[in-house]
Design a protein around this ligand. Sequence first.
Ligand code: AMP
Length: 369
Amino acid sequence: MTMKFSNLGISKELESLLNKQRIEKPTDIQQRAIPIILKGKDVIAQAQTGTGKTLAFMLPILESINPENTNIQALVITPTRELAIQITKEVKKLISAKDVNILAAYGGQDVKKQLRKLKNNIHMVIATPGRLLDHIRRKSIDLKSVKMLVLDEADQMLEMGFLKDVEKIIHKTSKTRQTMSFSATMPKEIISLSSRYMNKPVKIHIKSKNVTLDKIKQVVIETTERQKQDALCNYIEENRPFMAIIFCRTKRRVKKLNGILKRHGYDSDELHGDLSQAKRNRAMKSFRDLKTQFLVATDVASRGLDIDGITHIFNYDITKDVEGYIHRIGRTGRAGETGVAVTFITPKDKNTLKTIEKGIKAKLERQNS
Ligand code: AMP
């Protein structure tokens, strides 16, 4: 018998909405986490994006929310605005099964509009830490009745220096809440945070083999800093990627490379933290809608984002560690498609590449530029 969502305790209504999206068989993390979360237990899960972790916490949360109760019952904290938007989109596809109101609160949005919405009977908030603290300071949000709290991509929140903010937020929620943390890696700070704020958490570890990595062809192009631009343009000319994200190390390098690609006549755009939220949203929308073919980005775009049709990921600048590498290339090869990840390396990147190869336990195919 194949496993179904209803076998895990998910209602037929939600199951049928999932099936309409061709989501039929629960993934490993879903099979393990859903029954535990439904029982009300705290969970500390190590799982990467691409494993289906969003639904692993979202489905039991939707099951547990009481629409008649007009208080905020669930809170999901995410490190980036993009991830908050994406999770909100994913859950909105499911709320026709249940009358649940959701507020996405992230920086750059109109605060007044958010405040008006907050008066409106919100059951679930999906937010970045900064914006949430803003609302807490203005006393425009009351988290006392939050009984389910999710820290998504906890290790990235740590990396971005948000842990203190997250702790302040946790203190505003109910002491009897259920707490869940999802993280690709488990640095000691996250383990310590969990032991302070969780009650006998169940630990779930989904092996770091990312479900999507198998479907990604990974290639390394050896080049030099001076020749990188030409190497990229040559690759694009020869292989004609349908849709690609090109990752650079810094905002400056993103802006510069996007300018160059545009001058070459490519249909490209940029995404990084210096842009206003409206511009970031526009860039993402036009990429999703296939109006932009190449999105040049910093790591703002590497976590969690799930966009259909990305055929290529370019590491124009290599990442400094294996986790970052997996996150970036996991933007392709999603939901049953295949993808290509191309990493440009200069002589000074050789040791970093070795570390990455060790981390993913594979030697990558080399090509000369
Ligand atoms: P996540 O790891 O939450 O970022 O999810 C990655 C992608 O997998 C999203 O596009 C989900 O819609 C999709 N997904 C989640 N669960 C399943 C499933 N059980 N079967 C097929 N696709 C899924």
